[in-house]
Design a protein around this ligand. Structure first.
Ligand code: AG3
Length: 287
């Protein structure tokens, strides 16, 4: 008998993936966690019935959320990742030559354990000595750094690697969180978040775009194609008081991206630039 995993993505539309075997299935304190081995995409991590990534295409999301913001910053040394317990964004951040320290704040420790066990190529840098893992609520963490006001605790780049805006991640899509994140950034820091599908989440993209524009002088939306996510087209929203995330910073003029090439499957100088070119219907959403 064939086994299929269904993700109901909009209530009226979804995807199904044929499952070869169920490797893991458990409820943590926060969510339902499953790992399937699939015929089309390799191993797939599913949280609360939503696909987070598959072995075969996780590189798109992780490279784009990690590398676009980092390579727009002159010297990103201190990074904060909220969510992202699988370690994919951590792995990407270390491809930037300046990164010295990463704080990873993941509310669900179980996600970290499951990723280390079933996705060692993704979680590969979680035990690096430059990484500090905090299993706590990202909203509270960010509010603490914001109100603590100690400059040395603040970050050059903050990346929000969340699940969809339902369940544990809901608060990561709210104005008070974005404002606190701005306060946890250094004055010239860069903020970036995954902001869902331009086909199915128009209001969310519009609202976040507006908030980010109000907080930061410079804001932008960029895109990547991710086959297992709703609609296959995904958006990321970035903001900074100083940097234009659309351009690779001059400090990388002599950086050998081709040297990194074997490690980069999606991101490149060209992709950095072109991922900000938006089709008219998305420009319309952001108006
Ligand atoms: N975070 C974004 C996943 C959103 C997918 N949504 C869905 N399938 N309905 C991925 C985390 C990877 N580090």
């Amino acid at each position: 008998m064939e086994t299929w995993f269904f993700e109901n993505q909009t209530g009226n539309f979804g995807i199904k993936i044929r499952v070869e075997s169920i490797l893991f299935h458990e409820h943590s304190d926060y969510q339902e966690i499953a790992v399937y081995d699939t015929l089309e995409f390799g191993k797939v991590l599913v949280l609360d019935k939503a696909v987070m990534f598959s072995d075969k295409n996780e590189f798109v999301y992780h490279e784009m959320l990690g590398l676009v913001p980092l390579f727009s910053h002159k010297k990103p040394e201190r990074i904060l990742i909220i969510g992202g317990g699988d370690g994919g964004v951590v792995r990407e951040c270390f491809k930037n030559p300046f990164v010295k320290h990463i704080d990873l704040v993941e509310i669900d420790k179980k996600v970290i354990d499951v990723s280390k066990k079933f996705f060692p190529e993704i979680a590969c840098k979680l035990d690096d000595e430059r990484v500090r893992i905090l299993a706590e609520d990202g909203i509270e963490f960010i509010k603490r750094v914001d109100s603590g006001g100690r400059e040395e605790e603040k970050y050059d780049v903050i990346l929000i690697d969340s699940t969809d805006p339902v369940g544990p991640a809901e608060g990561l899509f709210r104005r008070d969180f974005y404002e606190a994140a701005a306060g946890a950034l250094k004055a010239d820091g860069i903020f970036a978040a995954q902001t869902e599908s331009p086909f199915f989440n128009k209001n969310l993209i519009k609202d976040i775009g507006k908030i980010i524009r109000e907080i930061y002088e410079k804001s932008s939306l960029y895109l990547a194609s991710i086959p297992v996510y709703p609609s296959g087209l995904w958006s990321f929203t970035a903001g900074s008081k100083k940097y234009d995330t659309k351009v690779i910073n001059e400090s990388y003029n002599n950086f050998n991206f081709t040297g990194l090439e074997s490690d980069l499957k999606y991101y490149s100088r060209e992709i950095h630039r072109t991922s900000f070119i938006l089709p008219n219907f998305i420009k319309e959403i952001l108006k």
